[in-house]
Design a protein around this ligand. Structure first.
Ligand code: ZN
Length: 172
């Protein structure tokens, strides 16, 4: 079975702890996210040093390398969304098809060391961007094209869960 597109709406993680990875996203904020990311980078670097990081556990599941490449790109997408929310009032985010990005970006053929470096750089950049937002701007809004409403605060929470959930996916 090939990789099935993940079309699930994950915004419920903003309301209750995730039963799969155990993350309580509501505990996070733009202030705590940088520490989450710093810790996650160390764990992703360890995942990417595994000799079998490029191997899929089964045909329909991304390899740890592919998950890491995804997280590397998620960091960029979320930094872009944050910048947009700070620059405009209630912007609508551009669509991002993560499965199309994985194919177009040839995630499966990436070099693990390069992915580790880029993931660390992107995570640092987005951590700095969230850390720089003053608390009185945390409730600024943004919309996903499917209608999901975010604030800077809930975007940081959703993002924290995403990074931690994928570490859970790969046992990292
Ligand atoms: Zn989760």
């Amino acid at each position: 079975m090939p990789i099935e597109p993940d079309t699930k709406d994950w915004t419920w993680v903003l309301h209750r702890p995730c039963p799969e990875c155990g993350t309580d996203a509501t505990a996070h904020s733009p202030a705590t996210l940088p520490d989450v990311l710093r810790d996650a980078v160390v764990r992703w670097e360890a995942v990417l040093r595994r000799p079998d990081a490029a191997r899929r556990p089964d045909d329909s599941t991304w390899s740890p390398l592919e998950y890491a490449a995804h997280v590397r790109d998620v960091c960029e997408v979320f930094r872009g969304r944050l910048e947009l929310m700070l620059a405009e009032d209630d912007p609508t985010f551009a669509d991002w098809d993560q499965d199309a990005a994985a194919v177009a970006g040839r995630y499966a053929e990436q070099d693990a060391g390069s992915v580790a470096e880029a993931l660390a750089a992107n995570a640092r950049a987005v951590a700095d961007a969230f850390a720089a937002v003053p608390q009185d701007r945390w409730e600024r809004g943004g919309l996903r094209s499917n209608g999901s409403v975010f604030t800077v605060r809930t975007l940081s929470q959703y993002f924290a869960h995403d990074v931690l959930h994928h570490l859970h996916d790969v046992g990292g």
